[in-house]
Write a protein that binds this ligand. Structure first.
Ligand SMILES: CC(C)(COP(=O)(O)OP(=O)(O)OC[C@H]1O[C@@H](n2cnc3c(N)ncnc32)[C@H](O)[C@@H]1OP(=O)(O)O)[C@@H](O)C(=O)NCCC(=O)NCCS
Length: 177
C-alpha cells in the first residue's frame, strides 16, 4: 500500500490539545459547597443567551443565586475550569435519587466558547458518573443549540425531541467482565 506524506500539512494536535484549544491555559478541579460564590459569579457572567440555554429560560440574578443556594452538593458532582483563578466554565451532574441515572448541565462563558472546554468537561463528567456507578446521563438542550447537538452526537447520545428541546441520553455503563 502506498503511504503518502504531505509535509506542508499542519501536524495533528496530540494530548490535551486534541480536546481543547485552551490546553495549558486552565486548571480543572472538582467543585464543592465552598465554591458556591464562584459558581454564582460564573453564572451571573453568562450572556442572556447562554443563561437562557443553561437554565432553559430567562432567570433573574436573584433566581440564579437561589438556584445555587438550592444545590444539594451531596448529590452533585461538579467540575470547574479556572482561568487565572476565575471559574469560567463548569459541568454540574445531579444524580437522580433512584434510577442510577443523572442529569448534566454545562456552562462556558461566552468568550471561551467553541474552544473545547464543554467537550473536556463532559468527558470528565462521564468518567466520574461511571466511577460512582451511574449507567446513563441525560443532557437537556434546545433544538437550536448546535454545540450541544454536536457534543451529544459525538458522545453517541440517543436524543429524543420534545417540542423545541432534546433529551440526549448517554450510556456510561461500565464493561461487564
Ligand atoms: C453548549 C456549551 C456548553 C458548549 O461548550 P463549548 O466549550 O462552547 O463547546 P466545545 O468547544 O467543547 O464544542 C463542542 C461541540 O460544539 C461544536 N461547536 C462549538 N461552537 C459551535 C458553534 N458556534 N456552532 C456550531 N457548533 C459549535 C464544536 O465543533 C464541538 O463539536 P465536535 O465535538 O463535533 O467538534 C457552551 O457553548 C455553553 O455554555 N453554552 C451556553 C449554555 C448551554 O447551552 N448549556 C447547555 C445546556 S445545559
Amino acid at each position: 500500500m502506498l503511504h503518502l506524506r504531505f509535509p506542508f500539512r499542519r501536524p495533528r494536535p496530540q494530548g490535551l490539545p486534541l480536546l481543547t484549544r485552551l490546553a495549558g491555559r486552565f486548571r480543572l478541579r472538582g467543585l464543592d459547597q465552598a465554591d458556591a460564590p464562584a459558581v454564582k459569579a460564573h453564572f451571573l457572567r453568562l450572556s442572556p443567551e447562554a443563561r437562557g440555554s443553561r437554565f432553559h429560560g430567562s432567570l433573574s440574578d436573584e433566581a440564579i443565586c437561589a438556584y445555587v443556594d438550592r444545590i444539594d452538593w451531596s448529590q452533585t458532582y461538579a467540575f470547574g475550569a479556572f482561568v487565572r483563578g476565575d471559574l469560567r466554565a463548569m459541568s454540574e451532574l445531579a444524580a437522580y435519587p433512584t434510577s442510577g441515572a443523572g442529569e448534566v448541565a454545562l456552562s462556558v462563558e461566552p468568550q471561551l466558547q467553541g474552544k473545547g472546554l464543554g467537550r473536556t468537561l463532559i468527558l470528565l463528567t462521564m468518567l466520574a458518573a461511571r466511577r460512582v456507578g451511574m449507567s446513563s446521563l441525560h443532557l437537556f438542550y434546545q433544538a437550536e443549540n448546535q454545540s450541544m447537538r454536536s457534543l451529544a452526537r459525538n458522545l453517541g447520545a440517543k436524543a429524543t425531541r420534545d417540542g423545541g428541546s432534546f433529551d440526549g441520553v448517554i450510556s456510561v455503563r461500565g464493561r461487564k467482565d
